[in-house]
Design a protein around this ligand. Structure first.
Ligand SMILES: [Zn+2]
Length: 193
């Protein structure tokens, strides 16, 4: 039995891994926006988005390579789903990175209402990012993969899970990218006249 006490890690939302990938956005522009600039940014984001208790995230403070390794995993997750969203197969290297991190991170030992009991004994990025990795694995292996889309605004690059009834959502949000695209089409039509 591992020495650290068990903690309950809330079961991740299906699209948590996509939210994680979207912490870098405007990926198609010349100056993408990066939300996670420091290890603290990463710990705070995980605490909020994955609802990890501070008693757990606190164990990772000062851990070496946390940000660099965490961002490398995020990029592997991003590439996997940006590829499948366009009908492709994830690169072997990205799948290998995901599988290695899943093996290194805590196991989902016991389920109970609202979460998984786990014994994270390491303070590596793979351990911290367990909920995002579980979400990525479940999404990649499950029936919702065909619903993963990338925003039709090529500058935006947001990934999202299309839960619309018709399965034909194209934009990360109508207010952010959809209206901009509509306005741009309108502008082009006016120019053609
Ligand atoms: Zn967008």
């Amino acid at each position: 039995m591992p020495s650290e006490p068990a903690v309950t890690i809330p079961a991740p939302d299906a699209d948590l891994c996509l939210a994680f990938a979207n912490t870098r956005y405007w990926r198609g522009s010349s100056a993408p926006t990066e939300e996670l600039l420091t290890p603290d940014d990463l710990l705070r984001w995980v605490g909020t988005a994955a609802r990890l208790p501070t008693a757990l995230t606190g164990r990772f403070e000062g851990s070496d390579h946390l940000l660099a390794d965490g961002l490398a995993l995020r990029e592997a997750i991003y590439r996997c789903f940006a590829t499948t969203a366009h009908g492709g197969e994830p690169a072997v290297a990205d799948l290998d990175a995901l599988n290695a991190a899943l093996t290194e991170g805590p196991e989902r030992r016991r389920v109970h209402r609202g979460g998984w009991e786990a014994w994270p004994s390491e303070t590596t990025a793979a351990a911290l990012l367990a909920p995002m990795l579980w979400s990525a694995a479940d999404l990649l292996a499950g029936g919702q993969l065909a619903r993963v889309r990338q925003c039709a605004n090529p500058q935006c690059g947001w990934l999202f899970l299309d839960s619309s009834k018709g399965g034909n959502r194209r934009w990360c949000s109508m207010s952010a990218c959809g209206n901009r695209a509509k306005a741009h089409r309108h502008y082009l039509r006016q120019k053609e006249k």
